[in-house]
Design a protein around this ligand. Structure first.
Ligand code: 0X9
Ligand code: ZN
Length: 340
């Protein structure tokens, strides 16, 4: 890192510094909120975007929350969230639809939900770290058996079937010692509880899927499924081109996951877009600038502005359609013309 596009959360040139600058540049439409601290004591930053953001009570207007980097190694996801924030701020006062969106709604951005883990992946040898930086064995350093999977640590159905999460600290899906044991979990949960958003979009990678609904069971259908499907589209016409829309539990079941929790505890409808793999992004460019065979893991999205920007752009219509639907979720504004 250094030459490339991806950057750390903390330190000079990092995402946190950029958020603070953007807030200073857009004082009327933004507000910076520290939603909590990480297990190692860093601030977890959120940006509220709405007309007169600092002067209106939080969560009063129809609200959507965008989350990135809950899993440390999924670098394309904080890029998605910070670029969406940029796009919305740059378009305010220029693009009538986005101006109206910001005037009438609240958009909340949490570009890095797991700042400790995310920054850790920029250090030599740690590129594929997934969890937070809980020192599970308390030996004073971070070693492979450490960390809690923040997408298994939420209180709803925590540890439910012992399959969609693990009690073993060394597991990549370790759910932590107790429900919401992690400060990062508490921070996001407290935000959602306080502002009760209509929607939450939890960006992950890497699989090109658009997941929604229950994560712990393949449930019988509910009225919410109509809203989910209208926004996510179908296999023939997915709301993010090339992403298969599906019920979360159809991929595999999880428990203590974010979107199940925000739905059951706070009534928030959640989506988990699984953004592109390295190979899929690499294959999308002509020529041999990026060879899919040269990809390491699926999470190592090519550090190339063209590819990152293309992946961002293909996700924008869905992201905006969700926020546009918050005022009346039962009449969703579909990105591709699907009707509820
Ligand atoms: O397992 C996860 O937390 C997510 N996939 S990832 O590869 N980014 O780790 C998927 C969570 C979606 N929910 C369910 N499948 N239940
Ligand atoms: Zn993930």
């Amino acid at each position: 890192p250094g030459e490339g596009v991806f950057r750390r959360y903390s330190g000079p040139g990092g995402i946190a510094e950029e958020l603070r600058r953007q807030i200073a540049e857009h004082p009327r439409t933004t507000k910076l909120v520290t939603i909590g601290k990480t297990v190692q004591g860093q601030d977890i930053l959120a940006v509220k975007v709405s007309a007169r953001a600092s002067r209106t009570p939080d969560g009063r207007k129809p609200t959507t929350v965008y989350v990135g980097a809950q899993h440390a190694r999924e670098w394309i996801t904080p890029e998605m969230v910070r670029r969406l924030l940029d796009r919305v701020l740059d378009s305010y006062g220029r693009d009538p639809a986005i101006t109206r969106l910001v005037d009438e709604n609240e958009l909340w951005f949490v570009p890095v939900a797991n700042p400790d883990g995310y920054d850790f992946t920029f250090e030599e040898g740690n590129r594929l770290w997934r969890k937070n930086l809980r020192d599970n064995n308390g030996d004073g350093r971070i070693t492979p058996g450490d960390g809690v999977d923040l997408n298994r640590n939420f209180p709803t159905k925590w540890g439910y079937d012992n399959e969609g999460s693990s009690p073993n600290p060394a597991s990549e899906t370790y759910r932590g010692p107790s429900p919401a044991s992690e400060p990062e979990t508490k921070a996001l949960d407290a935000l959602v509880k306080r502002i009760t958003p209509e929607f939450l979009v939890n960006y992950h990678s890497a699989a090109e899927l658009l997941l929604y609904g229950s994560g712990w069971q393949v449930s019988t259908s509910t009225p919410d499924d109509i809203v989910y499907a209208a926004l996510a589209g179908d296999d023939r016409e997915p709301a993010v081109p090339g992403y298969d829309p599906d019920l979360s539990a159809e991929l595999y079941t999880t428990n203590g996951d974010t979107t199940t929790h925000v739905h059951e505890a706070h009534g928030t409808l959640g989506f988990t877009p699984e953004m592109a793999t390295c190979a899929s992004a690499a294959a999308s460019v002509e020529g041999d600038a990026w060879e899919p065979q040269a990809c390491g893991s699926v999470f190592e999205f090519p550090d190339d502005e063209r590819l990152i920007s293309a992946e961002f752009e293909r996700n924008v219509p869905f992201a905006l359609s969700v926020a546009q639907s918050a005022a009346d979720p039962d009449d969703p504004v579909s990105a591709v013309g699907h009707r509820a």
